[in-house]
Design a binder for this molecule. Sequence first.
Ligand SMILES: *[C@@H]1O[C@H](CO)[C@@H](O)[C@H](O)[C@H]1NC(C)=O
Ligand SMILES: *[C@@H]1O[C@H](CO)[C@@H](O)[C@H](O)[C@H]1NC(C)=O
Length: 465
Amino acid sequence: MDVKKKKATVPWMLMTVFFLALSATFTGCFSAASQQPNKEKSTHSKAANGFASSVLFPLTGSVYPLGYYSLFLTIGHPPKVFEFDIDTGSDLTWVQCDAPCSGCTKPIHDLYKPGKHIPVHCEDPSCGAVHFPENPQCERPDDQCDFELEYLDDGSVLGAVITDYFSLQLTNGSIIRPRLAFGCAYDLKHHGPYSPPSTDGVIGLGNGKASILSQLQSFGVIRNIIGHCLSAKGGGYLFVGDDHVPSSGIVWMPMSGNTKHFLSTTAELLLDGKPTGVTDLQIVFDSGSSYTYFCSRIYKPLLDLVMRGLNGKPLNPVHDQALPVCWKGKKPFKSVHDVKNYFSTLTLSFTNTRNVQLELPPEAYLIVTDHGNVCLGILNGTEAGVDEFSIIGDISLQNKMVIYDYEKQQIGWVSANCDRLPSSDGNYEDFQPYAANFGIVEENSPPTETQVSSKSNKKVYKREL
Ligand SMILES: *[C@@H]1O[C@H](CO)[C@@H](O)[C@H](O)[C@H]1NC(C)=O
Ligand SMILES: *[C@@H]1O[C@H](CO)[C@@H](O)[C@H](O)[C@H]1NC(C)=O
């Protein structure tokens, strides 16, 4: 894989797959797109689409100190619950796997055991989907389907694609057990100073055929729509299917045609509503990235503006290992609310669109560290090896419902209270993180094979499962 390997200077990021597949299609940080935005309101309706189901997952996690948001999925027979980092920047879902494993971060008894799994063969369409746009390297058609993912910070994951039963509780109460293709990861490497997330695996929520969502859609179970609501207090929720898509209030932007995770229109950066002269930002939404990344061309002027705004304010630069750019006050800060008045609201204003903006108040780009310092959660993308576009990571997606409608190829967002789970009737329920059991099923009845086939991302030859 032709990944640009870079010195690890940023936390583990899960942007790999889309980064690999898509970087070539972009002309760079300086390019401008000119498609018309899609301002249509949501027209989802349960009656009209034939898919009446959704799955709702409570999320745990935080931007800081954890650096990721995660959900729980039940896999296998007997069913076992695993924690997955959510990543809209990649497609393949993988779990640490006792094949056996080298480099796994979980103790052996917590690893997924590929017992009654069914291997995916190298020539299966689902193996092709995993490797798309390349072809899998098959010596024999019935070779196992291997994959390899490389992460921007020098981490890598090696494994084989297999299928197994997932237990999912639909919002109408029914439990389904589709057999889905996913990655059994048996060789994890990380060389940088940052360790990988402590989850069991990563759930790929991108638009590719390899995603478990795309597989569920192909079975006719659930529409290929996901939404997440990340609470700044930690936790939140994620749904698949369209039951929880609000019927109004959402601003929709088209995703650019062949490049699945991008907004098709470039944005201009405003500071407190005023132009900054920074234009033509190509935007990607990536829940697998904790922070927001602007390429050097945009990062430098942004940093200058933020610094200038702090003139005369009681903040002084300080070194904090959490992030590269930090300040301290007269006494340690407890939360971003203590400092937000010293900072401006940033706005991404979509150039060809009237009224479509993504507002980034100070809470959406600052963290307060364990040392009580405030740090800038917008990082130098060029330094991280991302020079062609700007990544809007978790920090800037908090307290918004963000919806990826892969069927209509559009991304929408609306301010939301992410501390409470939505109920299917559109109201909100009090939300107790950890106590809820939505989407997680712990049962011992044998799986019934109602759905077969699958689709699924990368390559390798190693361990025979
Ligand atoms: C829930 O929805 C699924 C898929 O539409 C359907 O097959 C199932 O019968 C529904 N269950 C209930 C209890 O209504
Ligand atoms: C961003 O990173 C690039 C590459 O490491 C570097 O050349 C540039 O000076 C950095 N910009 C800022 C403002 O730190």
